[in-house]
Structures are given as structure tokens and as C-alpha cells.
Design a protein around this ligand. Structure first.
Ligand code: 15L
Length: 280
């Protein structure tokens, strides 16, 4: 399979690019910055929100699939989040339609449903039928990108899999991460399963390892062939209990659901100084 990986030089991209190559796939890298050491395949330097630049990459390469990992990984104002997650996804999906690429795998996030109180989920585990409930503008961007994927799946029969990734880390370092961790090796397993699942249409899976106290349902992923192997429990002895653990366990999105992330959608533009001070 010849796969375009966007965000190839990012933290997840470096692992996925090399991991898919090790598994025998032809990987084409795309990023704003040069590729990581060790990647010797074809690569392009372009901004995924630039539709012309994206179309030029597709015109140069014969592709079977796209793994879209590019995007700002944290909270930002709404326009930045929409450009980073929605406009990039739109440019890539339009190029998929134009060049008949029918498989699209996306690094969505748990923050698409992050404001869901964990107490409201069955046994503290959230599944793929959860309604969108973002905890941040980052999460809003992921929800909208998933909606766009669904539209393109319905209109153009693109198989579009949204991987709602938990905490992609070398190893879990907090109590929350013991439930939300996605190991490097499981991340590659997840992406390969999403790439090769038979005719999934639009689908959502939760991108976590086989953690003993999991907050997310692994069944949607298993239906697509994602069988995670690692378990964060192996690191439990190294994880210190912190005062914020209970607050981080209140919502699916952990700290992203906290008040420290509250901010105006448009930055400070559009707000009068009295509104910024809490007036009307
Ligand atoms: C994410 O989606 C973010 O990109 C990352 O910064 C972490 O916050 C992670 O989720 C998480 O929930 O731990």
C-alpha cells in the first residue's frame, strides 16, 4: 500500500512513518518541516491547509491511502483550530476525491468527547456512540473534521476512520494516563488496522493501548482489527499520586475540561474591555 502520512515529522508521525515502512508499506511523507532521521522515502514539504499545494502532492504521487496526522496538538483559538484540523482535512479529502484515493485515516482525539462526564458513561467507559461533546476549541476542530469525514464517506464512498487518540506517550506518567495511554507500537497497529479494515465506511475507534483501567471502549477498534498489546498497568509503580488526579478523572478529556482552558473563541478580538473584565 502506498500511503501519504501528513505530519510525518511530528511526534506521532515519526513513529507511524517508520512503523508502516517496517511493515512493508510504501510511505510518502508530508510536513511543514523536513522529515525525521531514518526516513528515506519520498517526502514533500507543504502546508496541508493550502489546497493547491496538497493537490500538487497528489498529482506527483500514486497513492492508495492517506494518514492525516498533521495539526496543532493542543488548545488554540477557534480560527487556528479550524484551520489546523478542518481546513487541512478538507484539502486532503478534496484531493482524495480528485485522485480516487478511497482510504482516509485521521488522528482525531478523545477531546472530541472530552467534556463528557465520566460518571455519565457506562462503568466509566465511553464508546463510539457518544455524542460529540468537545472540551476545547481543539476538540471542536476534531468534531468538525470528523463531520467532514462522514460527509465525504456518504457522498464519495471514502472509507474514513477517525482514531480518537488518548495519550500518545513513551510511557504513562500520570494516573489518568494509566487509562488513556497509547504506546508507540500500538499506535502503529491502530493505524495499520484502520488502513486495512474491509470496507468500514465512516468509523470511529478509540486509540488507546490495552490498559487495565481503560476509560474508552476497545470494541470499536477490535471490530476494525485493532488489537492493542501493551498495558499501562506495567508502569503503575512508577506513577505518583497527585492532588489533581480526581479533577482529571471527572471528565473524559481530563485537564482539557478544566477552567484553565476557558478563553474567548476569537482570542481577545471582538470583546470589549468590559466584557474581558467580566462585564456585559
Ligand atoms: C490530545 O489529543 C492532545 O493532542 C495531547 O496534547 C494530549 O492532551 C492528549 O490528547 C491527552 O488527552 O492526553
Amino acid at each position: 500500500m502506498r500511503i501519504l502520512v501528513t505530519g510525518a515529522a511530528g511526534s506521532i508521525g515519526r513513529v507511524v512513518t517508520l512503523g508502516l515502512g517496517d511493515r512493508g508499506h510504501d510511505v510518502v511523507g508530508l510536513d511543514l518541516v523536513p522529515e525525521p532521521d531514518g526516513f528515506t522515502g519520498p517526502r514533500h514539504t507543504a502546508d496541508c491547509s493550502d489546497a493547491r499545494a496538497v493537490q500538487a502532492v497528489f498529482a506527483d504521487e500514486r497513492l492508495d491511502a492517506v494518514v492525516h496526522l498533521a495539526g496543532h496538538p493542543g488548545e488554540a483559538d477557534l480560527p487556528t483550530s479550524l484551520t489546523s484540523h478542518v481546513i487541512t482535512t478538507a484539502a486532503l479529502l478534496d484531493a482524495c476525491v480528485a485522485h480516487r484515493v478511497s482510504r482516509f485515516v485521521y488522528a482525531s482525539s478523545n477531546h472530541a468527547v472530552g467534556r463528557t462526564p465520566r460518571a455519565s458513561t457506562a462503568e466509566g467507559v465511553i464508546s463510539d456512540d457518544a455524542l460529540p461533546r468537545p472540551d476545547t476549541f481543539y476538540g471542536v476542530g476534531k468534531v468538525a473534521a470528523e463531520a467532514l469525514m462522514r460527509l465525504y464517506a456518504d457522498r464519495h464512498s471514502i472509507d474514513a476512520i477517525a482514531c480518537r487518540i488518548g495519550s500518545f506517550l513513551d510511557e504513562p506518567g500520570t494516573t489518568r494516563a494509566l487509562s488513556t495511554w497509547l504506546s508507540h507500537e500500538d499506535c502503529v497497529r491502530m493505524v495499520e488496522a484502520a488502513l486495512t479494515a474491509s470496507s468500514p465506511g465512516f468509523a470511529v475507534l478509540y486509540g488507546i493501548s490495552n490498559n487495565t483501567p481503560a476509560w474508552w471502549d476497545l470494541e470499536p477498534g477490535r471490530r476494525l482489527g485493532y488489537d492493542p498489546v501493551d498495558d499501562a498497568e506495567a508502569y503503575a509503580d512508577h506513577v505518583a499520586v497527585r492532588d489533581v488526579d480526581d479533577a482529571e478523572a471527572a471528565h473524559v478529556g481530563g485537564p482539557f475540561a478544566g477552567e484553565e482552558f476557558y478563553r474567548p473563541a476569537l482570542g481577545n478580538q471582538g470583546l470589549t474591555s468590559s466584557a474581558l473584565e467580566g462585564g456585559h
